[in-house]
Design a protein around this ligand. Structure first.
Ligand code: AP5
Length: 221
């Protein structure tokens, strides 16, 4: 399975990516997580991305494309992958398409998570994340079992710097301007499928896995 998750900030991409990764045994490649890891370690890549992320702007295409193609070259991506947060612009989508055509491994499906904008801010400002394994929590909807540590690995949870209301509004502007055109890009290629991201996490997981199971069993995208 080679798939892309699309949707605005807070749509639930990261939450569902963890379930898809477990169900289909494909590596989850999350550009935001890779950037945050590098920002934390103050690498060259982290220094290139930090200011953009803190403002809620997209990191320049050339930085992201180089990082992703290098990641997709690694052997664990040879039998499938799950891209969470990439592509986010038409030039990124074109670069991905060219790369996958060159290696003879085209995408199977692009899953778009839909959620009303009123729900997005509520989800984002109350999110807490595990910096170690990427597990995602919500103070109200999906709280950790023990106060502010990851249920899986016990690492203290963090509140992302870009998870404030002002920065989320900027991220949404970027999404509408630069990422929404990908919906037409992938619809034209017959790859786009929608999952309603309203309701409980379990409901959304069920819808997502039903869709992907159907595709794995041979339903056309
Ligand atoms: P990134 O980390 O990818 O952030 P994002 O796309 O804005 O997505 P989020 O992580 O905010 O939301 P999500 O959809 O994963 O929601 P989640 O599952 O966590 O990118 C961050 C930054 O990196 C960008 O702004 C940019 O600067 C840079 N960047 C990354 N990729 C780039 C690229 N390709 N090009 C350029 N720049 C790039 O859920 C949110 C909350 O809701 C959680 O608390 C969760 O518990 C809760 N929740 C989830 N589902 C439900 C549900 N069904 N019901 C109730 N609560 C729910």
């Amino acid at each position: 399975m080679r798939l892309v998750l699309l949707g605005p900030p807070g749509a639930g991409k990261g939450t569902q990516a963890l379930y898809i990764e477990r169900a289909f045994a494909v590596p989850r490649i999350a550009t935001g997580d890779i950037f945050r890891h590098n920002v934390g370690r103050e690498t060259e890549l982290g220094r290139a991305a930090k200011a953009y992320m803190e403002r809620g702007d997209l990191v320049p295409d050339e930085v992201v494309i180089a990082m992703i193609t290098e990641r997709l070259d690694q052997p664990d991506a040879g039998n499938g992958f799950l891209l969470d947060g990439f592509p986010r612009t038409v030039p990124q989508a074109e670069a991905l398409e060219d790369y996958l055509a060159a290696v003879g491994r085209p995408l199977d499906v692009v899953v778009r998570f839909t959620v009303p904008e009123s729900e997005i801010v509520r989800r984002i400002v109350n999110r807490r994340s595990c910096p170690n394994d990427g597990e995602v929590y919500h103070l109200e909807y999906a709280p950790p079992k023990r106060d502010m540590v990851c249920d899986i690995c016990g690492t203290p949870l963090v509140h992302r710097k870009d998870d404030t209301e002002a920065v989320v509004r900027r991220r949404l502007e970027e999404y509408h301007a630069k990422t929404e055109p990908l919906e037409a890009f992938y619809a034209e290629r017959g790859l786009l499928r929608d999952v309603d991201s309203c309701g409980s996490v379990d409901d959304v997981t069920r819808r997502t896995l039903d869709l992907l199971d159907g595709l794995a069993d041979g339903d056309a995208a």
